[in-house]
Ligand binder design. Structure first.
Ligand code: CTP
Length: 131
């Protein structure tokens, strides 16, 4: 039985998010998703996500690929989360290629290709540009 863990904000949920969660789930038997809190996002990007963490978690929790989701409160706690959930595989999008290789002593680290031509940032920009 293999447990897969992945992390993200998953704001303004889109098909790129579904694609990575579906492929992450296919790598093991259980998929656990860390959803970054509003506070963590604010500290990273200087703005709150469009959807608050409660709603982002509700969306992720309702997906059939996902067995469990939890709030990711700090980027520094990834190793603790991997240990806490006994994860065998850490999955990240290839925008993070190489950045999580230091977790290879804890679990397997897999980078999956991002879905081209879609991102939360782009969707927000398109909406903002509509007059
Ligand atoms: N992701 C993906 N393909 C996309 C967009 C996101 O595979 N087109 C993956 C990311 O690599 C990450 C997860 O989805 O593993 C959550 O990404 P997140 O940063 O929440 O989504 P983005 O759309 O990249 O958001 P932003 O534009 O704010 O960075």
């Amino acid at each position: 039985m293999k447990t897969v863990i992945t992390f993200g904000t998953f704001d303004v949920f889109h098909v790129g998010h579904i694609n990575i969660l579906q492929r992450a789930a296919a790598l093991g038997d259980t998929l656990i998703v860390g959803v970054s809190t509003d506070a963590l996002n604010y500290s990273k990007k200087g703005r709150n996500p469009i959807y608050p963490e409660r709603d982002r978690m509700k969306i992720i929790n309702s997906l059939r690929y996902v067995n469990l989701c939890f709030p990711e409160e700090s980027l520094e706690k990834k190793a603790d989360y991997i240990k806490q959930f006994n994860a065998d595989i850490l999955v990240m999008g290839d925008d993070w290629e190489g950045k999580f290789d230091h977790f290879k002593d804890l679990c397997e680290v897999v980078y999956l290709k991002r879905t081209p031509s879609i991102s939360t940032t782009e969707i927000i920009e398109v909406i903002n540009s509509v007059e």
